[in-house]
Design a protein around this ligand. Sequence first.
Ligand code: SAH
Length: 225
Amino acid sequence: MIHRRQLDAGSRGIGMTSHGTRGRLVERLREKGIRDERVLAAMLNVPRHEFVDEALSSRAYEDTALPIGQGQTISQPWIVARMTEALLESGRPEKVLEVGTGSGYQAAVLAQLVKEVFTVERIRELLRSTRQLFHRLRLYNIHARHADGHVGWPSQAPFDAIIVTAASRTIPEELIEQLREGGVLVMPLDKGNEQRLLALHRTEEGYDTQDLGGVVFVPMLSGLA
Ligand code: SAH
């Protein structure tokens, strides 16, 4: 089920930020191989310009990553779509954990598609402003917390799916433990010379690994900031 909402309330203007511009982005994603109509519909519904600095809002519907302050970036729309698609392939996740809230865009896309989104961010200042945005856009099914994603969100586990939006050099065992059997963990793994996007499917004994290709993410860091 798609939890559709009208997210344009309080929008900052017209023209570049219109539904039509967003429609062209969605068409481009389709051309680049995104097939899941649920994902495309969710991305049509979420006003990405709200998640970037006002000075950059005219570029919000280009398929590129953009700076969001604190040395962090909002992910490229194509990668958001691809990761969301990979997450939905595991069935119908209802309860999802995201590591790396950042601008909140990925969480907002997920919030259209699943029942509850739990998201953690290590940079307090970034989390503060993103929380306000969730509230303004009435995204009440997103629960955001200031925490180091390496420890996940144990009191809410198990999750049907987990998405990590920063590149880690190791597979965080605690996140695997917070995944229910049959669930999927989608994350970029930093292999030193390159980053690979992995989908880890939790099995009875451990997990199966699927490689979804090369990606570029900011690093997953330890501790709070
Ligand atoms: N999902 C975000 C992408 C933001 S970039 C979006 O849609 O905009 C990755 C984010 O991960 C950054 O905000 C960074 O601060 C955060 N991050 C890095 N390491 C982390 C950790 N250990 N725990 C939680 N967040 C982390």
